[in-house]
Design a protein around this ligand. Structure first.
Ligand code: ZN
Length: 380
């Protein structure tokens, strides 16, 4: 059994211990100690990382009463070591875990919903709630949760007797037996939890509910606390000022400014399409009327190829338009009266092409010299 120093002092970053076991597992080692401050993965919280002497601890798991340190090197059993925890990520998890208690406790009290899932990933912390809430509801919860931070309330940890526990109204994710660890944020939450928390709510710094969406009959909330919330704010602030400069709009007016730009763009696209139609009509009118015409163009999109081809079909019975360069071509072949699909199949066969369409218009791509392509249509 490993003595769990993190329950005696959550803030312990350095400690001495004796190695009690070392097993190799593929290219990793599983090391056990007589005592540890490394918190193992559990309850949605990842395992701690750090060092045992010079050996790197990549992850920490629990196995029955033992804490398993997964390392990149072995240490002889019996050896005394100095353990060191990567404090920044651990403290961030303590902030997030405590923030989660306040948010879940508030939602439970205000709306009666339960936290049915909690996950602390590397780039996001999520809370799953058993019922739906609106953006306005969550703004209210966020405001109240931050008030709890400002009050700097000391967090209480207790192990009530079975009788006292039976009389206690607390949140719990599962049926519990044995010693139950109760984490209380006075006024806000009472919850059974064996995770790591800060001593006072003020240490959380900031609780930000970043996003939410419907999830399994309830909602999933993305939450950031402390330094990670600040980093997120800094990043988004930079983005807002960059967009504000690009749009020449005040930071809080970028949304209507962008809507205006997009509306203008849609209008220009429409106008451009109409001008192109007219251009294709003019170009087609300059071509001699006849039974067939073939045109090579630059930089026409498939839609533009189609439009030009149809304009040419008003002048010639059958028309073929190509756009591209070197030997790579996109094409449109159309006809007012003929089914061009048979011609297209032969053409694709002759020039390693692909494509198809309706009887009056086919589109595709081929590889070949313009002269050879012209030859093909003169003697198909
Ligand atoms: Zn907790």
């Amino acid at each position: 059994m490993t003595q769990k120093l993190f329950y005696e002092n959550m803030y312990l970053q350095h400690f001495s211990a004796t190695v009690t076991g070392c097993e190799s597992a593929q290219d990793r080692w599983h090391i056990t100690l007589d005592a540890t401050a490394f918190y193992p993965e559990g309850g949605g919280q990842p395992g701690d990382t750090g060092y045992l002497g010079n050996v790197r601890v990549i992850d920490t798991h629990s196995r029955r009463d033992e804490v398993i340190h997964i390392t990149d090197g072995p240490i002889q059993p019996g050896e005394k070591i100095e353990g060191k925890i990567d404090w920044e990520p651990r403290f961030s998890r303590m902030q997030h875990h405590t923030g989660e208690h306040i948010v879940s406790g508030l939602i439970h009290r205000l709306y009666g919903y339960d936290n049915v899932g909690f996950h602390m990933g590397h780039d996001a912390v999520t809370l799953d709630l058993s019922g739906e809430l609106s953006g306005a509801d969550l703004e209210k919860v966020e405001r109240l949760a931050n008030e709890a931070v400002w009050k700097n309330i000391p967090i209480e940890i207790s192990y009530p007797s079975p009788e006292a526990l039976a009389a206690l109204d607390y949140r719990s994710k599962k049926e519990l037996s044995g010693d139950v660890r109760i984490v209380t944020v006075p006024e806000y939450d009472i919850c059974a939890c064996c995770g790591t928390h800060v001593h006072k709510t003020g240490e959380i710094g900031l609780i930000k509910l970043v996003n939410f969406q419907r999830y399994k009959g309830g909602i999933r909330i993305w939450m950031l606390c402390g330094g990670e919330a600040l980093e997120d704010y800094t990043r988004k602030n930079k983005d807002v000022f960059a967009v504000s400069a690009l749009l020449s709009a005040k930071p809080h007016e970028i949304t209507p400014a962008l809507e205006h730009v997009l509306k203008e763009r849609d209008g220009l696209k429409l106008e451009l399409g109409l001008l192109q139609d007219r251009l294709f009509e003019y170009k087609a009118a300059a071509i001699e009327q006849g039974s067939f015409t073939i045109q090579f163009e630059e930089n026409l999109s498939p839609n533009e190829l189609r439009k030009y081809c149809l304009a040419l079909c008003e002048r010639c019975e059958t028309a073929a338009v190509f756009s591209g360069k070197d030997r790579e071509w996109k094409y449109a072949i159309g006809s007012k009266n003929q089914d061009v699909r048979v011609l297209g199949k032969a053409f694709n066969g002759a020039f390693s092409g692909k494509g198809g369409g309706k009887p009056g218009l086919i589109q595709g791509s081929v590889t070949g010299d313009p002269e050879a392509i012209k030859q093909f249509f003169q003697h198909p």
